[in-house]
Design a protein around this ligand. Structure first.
Ligand code: IVH
Length: 681
């Protein structure tokens, strides 16, 4: 027999467990700072479930165990918003932001800077949540702004939506507005699951959030990784005890357990607004959720009231949007391009589409495996993404839009440029043309690389001219360039005498170079600029490098077994040795690199013997200058971050190297710390 005291004991434990779970939900979803592990959290939840199963009469609809969604409903009820849920005026250009701020100042009769609350514009769907006496009683979608759908059962399954408010001081009736969204990681995982189950995938996190919330069966919503951020108070909050700025009111919401985006900031005047816009843009890709712009709101609520509304948007707020980074378009064809090392790369030709502010009509599919993994077919509709300066990519195929006559792509058996067999060694991702330097495509790419600015720096030897020289049979390899006369060049179609003379002069100037540029220009597989520099520094001249075996090569910083094998193979190849010899005979020369002087300053520098990676833009140094400073102190600079990296110097707009450094626990220096290290010796 279970007695009253057992029940009381169970009730006490249940109350304790519910409070603990709510507390940890708050730490996790609102403060973004969990205090216990997922396993410990699951333990609390399981214990609560067990007790509630044992004592069903103690189950409370607001218990954290009840976020599972009830039985499906036939349709959503409609909800009339007490105050319409408005939209925002959009701006795309700085000038529109300036005009907005000017209008605000004029209407308010203000001379000084206006204080705004600046917030990320989350790309999800707007909802309104109604709390009565601190309990969630209703959740609705925005709908047409006046009437939305009652999605209370679905919203109750979203773990960051508190079923009860924390603390005290909330108005008896509190309407909170915010955005339901799906974090990127959850979106990727969910689409992978759907794909594995052969179900329809979502095109983007916003569609996924909307589709997941508006499920008649709330149990489906419960399984979807939805989140929520509060961004405004709605009707019913006319309570005099609330703060009189938007920013402070959001802080109140946060205290009551509602998640508020931690990236919100108070800023001043137009410069504050634009600065915020650019800072968020720089961080955009590293955020866990998608944003399509930022929102500016006049912070002072009295000023908001005075400004009022025009038609369906407040005069006190503005959405400043980023150019769309994703677009859908059609694959018209897939071509195969042959690169400098013979890699055969599939490139999709697209119906031109504007993404992230530029028109995209070609996109690399990287390699054949990738093409197959994404199952790209000619005729498919695809989502193209171009984030910031990132090269555009195919995100996914909208298979539901695939036409019946879509054509699967096959890897060519022969090089489209020279007809040599395409080979793909066992276990390798890259298929290559076996034609090597008999293949005009490889020859052209090798010449372009040789002449490029950071290699031999032959100004005026552009893509078109390289094509012409190779196609006319005038140039087969880099050494042939040094035998060209102005007449040879001027005799080609569309080449004038003046530019021909300039080019010959540029070729002549390139004879005087440095060993590291020369090594980089040769295009040895796996040898980028940083490795070329390390090799030059280590061996001092070309002969000892050409004579080095793999073991000797691995003594160079950042040269491992893969790179040393490539270098040794390159210099063994008779054709390569012959080209090098002819280049030297044609007068290409450099001063031997002096062995790093045993200078006492270098001995003392904390950078001595350290491997450094540079990322982003430094205000006080070019890449070359920073590299030279590090090398002068006995450090080496390499192009990629590994566990062997000692420091990553991160300037503005750092790239993925910074993320990698953080993931590997490599020390990250900002510019000031880097300068301080240089100052030490
Ligand atoms: S405030 C009257 N703040 O953008 C002001 N909206 O075009 C109401 N949105 O439907 C909106 N993030 O869903 C506001 N930090 C934010 C927002 C935000 C996203 C959405 C919202 C609204 C749309 C307006």
């Amino acid at each position: 027999m279970r007695g009253a005291s057992d029940r009381a004991e169970a009730q006490a434990e249940i109350t304790r467990l519910r409070a603990a779970i709510r507390y940890h939900d708050h730490c996790y979803y609102v403060l973004d700072h969990p205090e216990i592990s997922d396993a410990e959290y699951d333990g609390l939840m399981r214990r609560l479930q067990a007790l509630e199963a044992q004592w069903p009469t103690l189950i409370d609809p607001d218990s954290p165990t009840q976020r599972v969604g009830g039985a499906p409903s036939p349709a959503f009820l409609s909800v009339t918003h007490r105050e319409p849920m408005l939209s925002l005026e959009n701006a795309f250009q700085d000038g529109e932001v300036e005009a907005f701020d000017r209008r605000v100042r004029e209407r308010l009769g203000l001379d000084g800077l206006v204080t705004y609350c600046a917030e990320p514009k989350l790309d999800g769907l707007a909802v309104s949540l109604l709390y009565e006496d601190g309990r969630l009683v209703r959740g609705a979608t925005r709908g047409d702004g006046y009437t939305g759908e009652d999605v209370t059962a679905n919203l109750r399954t979203v773990p960051s939506v508190p079923l009860r408010l924390n603390g005290s001081g909330w108005p008896r009736e509190l309407e909170v507005r915010g955005e339901v969204y799906m974090p990127r990681a959850g979106f990727d995982a969910m689409n992978a699951r759907l794909r594995a189950a052969d179900e329809r995938v979502f095109a983007n996190p916003r569609n996924a959030a909307a589709g997941s919330l508006r499920q008649l069966d709330a149990r489906v919503s419960a399984r979807r990784p939805l989140r929520w951020f509060a961004y405004a108070l709605g009707a019913g909050a006319s309570d005099a005890r609330l703060p009189d700025t938007h920013f402070d009111r959001l802080a109140c919401l946060r205290d009551w357990g509602l998640p508020v985006c931690t990236l919100n900031e108070r800023v001043h005047g137009v410069t504050g607004l634009l600065d915020y816009y650019h800072r968020m843009q720089a961080r955009r890709d590293s955020l866990d959720f998608e944003i399509d712009g930022v929102v500016y709101k006049v912070d002072d609520l009295d000023a908001q009231r005075r400004l009022g509304f025009v038609s369906r948007a407040p005069r006190w707020a503005l959405a400043h949007k980023y150019p769309a980074e994703e677009a859908t378009t059609q694959i018209q064809a897939v071509a195969f391009q042959v690169g400098r090392t013979g890699a055969v790369t599939p490139v999709a030709r697209l119906a031109p589409v504007v993404v992230g502010g530029v028109t995209v009509s070609n996109v690399s599919l990287h390699n054949f495996d990738e093409l197959q993994r994404k199952d790209v077919r000619i005729g498919d509709t695809v989502v193209i993404r171009r984030a910031g300066d990132v090269i555009p990519e195919v995100v996914r195929v909208l298979t539901e839009a695939r036409p019946a006559d879509a054509v699967a792509v096959t890897l060519p058996t022969h090089c489209p440029e020279c007809g040599a067999a395409v080979v793909r060694p066992e276990g390798e991702v890259i298929a290559r043309c076996s034609g090597q330097l008999t293949c005009p495509a490889q020859r052209k790419e090798a010449l372009r690389h040789f002449a490029s600015r950071r290699a031999m720096d032959i100004e005026g030897l552009g893509e078109k001219l390289v094509d012409q020289l190779v196609e006319a049979g005038r140039v087969h390899d880099p050494a042939d360039l040094y035998g060209l006369s102005a007449e040879d060049i001027a005799s080609l179609p569309r080449q004038g005498e003046k530019s021909a003379a300039n080019l010959v002069a540029a070729i002549d100037r390139s004879r005087a170079t440095t060993l590291s540029r020369f090594l980089y220009a040769l295009g040895v597989p796996e040898v980028g600029e940083a490795t070329a520099r390390s090799l030059a520094l280590h061996f001092g001249d070309l002969e000892p490098l050409m004579a080095a075996d793999e073991g000797a090569l691995q003594a160079v910083p950042d040269v491992g077994p893969v790179v040393s094998a490539q270098i040794a193979a390159f210099f063994r190849e008779p054709h390569n040795r012959e080209v090098i010899e002819r280049l030297r005979a044609a007068g290409v020369h450099w001063a031997p690199v002096a062995a790093p002087a045993p200078d006492p300053a270098a001995q003392a520098s904390p950078l001595r013997g350290k491997r450094v990676v540079l990322t982003g833009t430094l205000a006080g140094f070019t890449r070359e200058a920073a590299t030279a400073e590090i090398q002068a102190r006995g450090g080496t600079v390499s192009g990629s971050v590994s566990a062997r990296t000692d420091y990553v110097v991160a300037g503005d707009d750092p790239g993925s190297k910074l993320d990698k450094a953080r993931a590997l626990g490599v020390a990250v220096l900002d510019e000031a710390a880097f300068q301080a290290l240089l100052n030490e010796g």
